[in-house]
Design a protein around this ligand. Structure first.
Ligand SMILES: [Zn+2]
Length: 321
């Protein structure tokens, strides 16, 4: 990211005190697991894959402090990149996304099994056994640029089904990963052949907003109810909201900035729908970026993409079958 071009971002959320959860109880620092000793899925609630996105950590910290225990199956609360989280500085809040390497780009077998060393790769290898034991993984994130909340369900039908069943946030976007490296939801444990394991990523809203905590809390509650780990009326969870049925969209194109002069024609936000095809939405140096179809959904436009970075994804709404 071209940090010199970034505006300042409001930080309206205090980082939670995660001291009680740092040791963990299952052999992996930062991971706390509770087994009901009854049959049921292993649900992994994960936050801090990006160190400065701590809205999800606020939600998990509160559930842990409320002593949530599963009715069936197993639940694990995971704080992924505590080393980056510990570097958070509200005066420079974008700097602590990771220490050495983006922990959400290292989940290919070639990276995990390589001899490369970095703080994040070693952390990925450390938490990998728990990741690979999850039947359902909710990866809690937030966004730098203004956008409606959404679920990224990756490339699999099971991810799409889980995102749709969760129902909150009520926009589910399917895509085929990231060209700069594999995200956690793209890990073969979830995208390989018929293993039944499913991972989705929830983008709850702006990084440091109270509304993002509420959005992620609703998504976590929905997942715990949906999987039967929590009763519908569990007092430690917020009441279910009745929301409109989720819309589903498929990313058709990811636009990477190929120049340092990538400019949107106006300040779009994530969730904007461009009504007509062939609308000019951005210029990338001399290249024109136009929509390919009517009602084109803009997914997480990055107002200041550096060359080689993702600027926006275009997605097409899908009719539910
Ligand atoms: Zn993130």
């Amino acid at each position: 990211m071209n940090s010199e071009a970034l505006p300042s971002f409001a930080v309206d959320l205090a980082p939670p005190d995660l001291t009680p959860w740092r040791v963990g109880n299952c052999g992996v620092p930062g991971f706390t697991s509770f087994d009901s000793d009854l049959p049921g899925p292993h649900v992994l609630l994960l936050c801090l894959i990006h160190g400065n996105e701590f809205a999800g950590a606020v939600v998990l910290d509160q559930l842990l402090r409320a002593r949530f225990r599963p009715l069936r199956g197993r639940v694990t609360f995971g704080f992924a990149n505590l080393a980056a989280f510990d570097l958070f500085d509200p005066k420079n809040p974008t700097a602590s996304r990771y220490v050495e390497l983006d922990l959400n780009r290292v989940w290919s077998p070639s990276a995990l099994n390589s001899h490369d060393r970095s703080l994040e790769l070693e952390r990925a290898r450390e938490i990998r056994p728990i990741i690979e034991s999850a039947d359902i993984l909710l990866d809690l994130h937030s966004m730098l640029w203004d956008s409606d909340p959404l679920i990224l369900c990756g490339p699999t039908p099971s991810g799409l089904a889980l995102g749709a069943a969760l129902g909150t946030p009520n926009l589910v976007v399917a895509d085929h990963g990231h060209q700069n490296g594999s995200r956690l939801i793209d890990h073969l444990a979830f995208t390989g052949q018929s293993n039944g394991r499913t991972a989705i990523l929830v983008e709850g809203g702006p990084h440091w907003a109270a509304s993002t905590v509420e959005c992620l809390r609703q998504a976590v509650a929905a997942a715990l109810r949906l999987t039967g780990l929590a009763a519908d009326n569990d007092p430690r969870l917020p009441p279910a909201i009745t929301s409109v049925p989720p819309r589903l969209a498929q990313v058709t194109k990811a636009i990477t900035a190929t120049s340092q002069e990538f400019r949107f024609m106006k300040p779009f936000r994530g969730g904007n729908i461009i009504p007509y095809r062939d609308t000019l939405i951005a210029r990338d140096g001399k290249r024109e970026i136009r929509t390919d179809y009517d009602n084109c959904l803009l997914v997480m436009p990055n107002a200041h993409p550096a060359r080689g970075h993702l600027a926006v994804r275009m997605a097409k709404f899908q009719d539910r079958k």
